[in-house]
Design a protein around this ligand. Structure first.
Ligand code: PEP
Ligand code: MN
Length: 339
């Protein structure tokens, strides 16, 4: 249910509503809107109509049911887009298109610092790099783990770019959160509900990738796991799904962007590197993602893709990334967004 407060509701009146929601056995979530606050009450669907009684409290304008299964992620609860602040100068979900770039995996100090400076120079806003790598084969490079986090922190300091890196399990989530500005949940973990709950309890923005066989509704339900734990900062990422097509690594579902924009207030970004699997297809699909309404893109960049320990085939060299960034500007202007 959504408890819509009157625009002039007092703080005490909001607190009274919050306490009553708790008394009735539901979990309150305050969502600050531009003109008024709304309070989402989530919990057992079966008895929710008892919340209707809150309508008689002063400060409450109306109580309405949320019809979608994803409650806090839905536009029913919040119509305005959510803007997620990463640092004082970087936010995702506002007018500015955000570009995240960096290697698939952090391999050594020289590599991550070289890429960090190169992508910054080309205009990227956030540096990516995996320290804990979820690999299909247990015999391939698994990431530098904590050592990788330390190198990422160094690259962050030298470049001034905020960083995003993947969290593989609840046990290491807090450690990763100490080093990273954004926690990435990868495609293979996007329905790992214990992990989703864990990052929902941490105070760091979460970049949630779409599972490779996940419907859009399931993606929103996974986001709901994070939101319902109290973490309102979730960025959704379309990264391609499994289809019968073999010419690309995955099928990048760009139609997910307008659909998600219709359904949720959360920001949506696109990862055309994993979405296509080939460096040469990354620029056209990046342009298409922006044209379709994405709030940003995430691109793999490596100084020497042939020697990369993971995903070299889909990684752009810095000069190609820089070229792509130049061409991207026209698309950003075309959709009336900021660079
Ligand atoms: C990655 O970003 O390097 C990654 C492993 O992505 P995904 O989870 O989308 O495969
Ligand atoms: Mn990768």
């Amino acid at each position: 249910m959504i408890i819509v407060m009157k625009p002039e509701a007092l703080q005490e009146e909001k607190e009274e509503v919050i306490n009553k929601i708790k008394e009735l056995g539901y979990k309150p979530h305050v969502i600050h809107g531009t003109t008024r606050d709304v309070i989402g009450a989530v919990g057992d669907e079966r008895g929710k109509f008892i919340l209707q009684s809150l309508e008689c409290l002063s400060g409450v304008e109306k109580v309405v049911p949320i019809l979608k299964p994803y409650k806090l992620a839905s536009k029913e609860v919040k119509k305005e887009p959510t803007m997620i602040k990463i640092t004082d100068s970087v936010s995702i979900g506002g007018r500015k298109i955000v570009v995240i770039a960096g290697p698939c995996a952090i391999e050594n100090e020289d590599q991550i610092i070289k890429v960090a400076l190169a992508v910054k120079e080309a205009g990227a806003d956030i540096l990516r790099g995996g320290a804990y790598k979820p690999r299909t084969s247990p015999y391939t490079f698994q990431g530098l783990k904590e050592e990788g986090l330390k190198l990422l922190a160094k690259a962050r300091e030298i470049s001034g770019l905020p960083v995003v890196t993947e969290v593989l399990n609840p046990e290491t989530a807090e450690l990763v959160a100490e080093y990273s500005d954004i926690l990435q949940i990868g495609t293979r973990n996007s329905q790992n509900y214990e992990l989703l709950k864990k990052v929902g309890q941490l105070k760091k923005p979460v970049l949630l990738k779409r599972g490779m066989s996940m419907t859009i509704q399931e993606l929103l339900m996974s986001a709901e796991y994070i939101l319902s734990e109290g973490n309102q900062s979730v960025i959704l990422c379309e990264r391609g799904i499994r289809t019968f097509e073999t010419k690309t690594r995955n099928t990048l579902d760009l139609s997910a962007i307008p659909v998600l924009k219709e359904e949720t207030h959360l920001p949506v970004i696109v990862d055309p590197s994993h979405g296509t699997g080939y460096a040469k297809y990354v620029p056209p699909m990046s342009f298409a993602a922006i044209a379709a309404g994405a709030d940003g893109i995430m691109i793999e960049v490596h100084p020497d893709p042939e020697k990369a320990l993971s995903d070299g085939q889909q990684s752009l060299i810095p000069s190609k990334f820089s070229e792509m960034m130049e061409k991207l500007k026209a698309f950003i202007i075309a959709v009336d967004r900021d660079k």
